[in-house]
Design a protein around this ligand. Structure first.
Ligand code: DC
Length: 223
């Protein structure tokens, strides 16, 4: 098996990125890194610490002093605290949507992500992995699906986790707009990415399509 490959999986929310990325990582025996979870954790940690999340200067200051580590499950800890129990809430989503548009936060987390991916054998999911974090990634996938399909999926996810949610479709549209229109690393497909519509394929169909593309082009085998 080729060693050291980086697989970038990008796309908007509700597109099935997490499920697909985890399965691709498991099938290849690669590490899985959820960069959205990092943006969400940092947003919660900064907000809990009383940082003004609308201020670039306050966020830059916070990023310079916060201690980052990772636990055995691969969760990012900020000053030793694991925020993973709260990252799927609406609160985390709306805080992260604001802080992820801020340059100091992006610079800081992109550097963390590069350190995590540098050794390769990693599947990293996010919005800018194939464009900014690893522009030389061996494989670049962009997952997409119509807005209605994504909103329905997110609503189901909230219900399954018994989390409160309202106006899911409207909020997804709002966050999409921020992700696409932001000045710093907007969500866009890399020119050399393979775009897959997850609206018309089930999870296994998407995973198999990604794996067969990887095997054919890069001679990377399954674990
Ligand atoms: O994928 P997600 O919904 O967990 O992402 C949470 C937020 O972080 C969302 O507002 C988009 C942002 N994000 C980003 O800007 N860049 C990434 N690489 C990953 C997530």
């Amino acid at each position: 098996m080729k060693k050291g490959a980086v697989i970038a999986i990008d796309g908007p929310s509700g597109v099935g990125k997490t499920t697909v990325s985890k399965r691709v990582a498991t099938r290849l025996g690669y590490r899985y890194v959820d960069t959205g979870a990092m943006y969400r954790s940092l947003a919660l940690a900064a907000s809990d610490a009383g940082v003004d999340i609308n201020s670039d200067a306050a966020l830059r200051d916070y990023c310079a002093r916060v201690d980052i580590s990772y636990n055995a499950a691969g969760n990012m800890l900020l000053d030793g605290v694991d925020y993973s129990g709260r990252i799927r809430t609406e609160e985390a989503a709306s805080l992260a949507s604001i802080t992820s548009a801020k340059k100091p936060v992006r610079d800081f987390l992109v550097a963390c992500q590069r350190r995590l991916g540098d050794e390769g054998d990693v599947v990293m999911e996010g919005r800018d992995i194939g464009t900014v974090v690893f522009p030389d990634a061996d494989v670049k996938i962009v997952l997409d699906a119509p807005h209605g399909v994504r909103a329905e999926r997110r609503q189901k996810e909230f219900e399954e986790k018994s989390l409160a949610a309202s106006d899911v479709g409207k909020k997804i549209a709002e966050r999409d707009r921020r992700d696409i229109e932001r000045k710093n690393s907007p969500l866009k497909a890399a020119a050399d990415a393979v775009v897959i519509d997850t609206g018309s394929l089930d999870i296994d169909g998407v995973v198999n399509r990604i794996l067969s593309g990887i095997k054919n082009r890069f001679h990377i085998g399954e674990a």
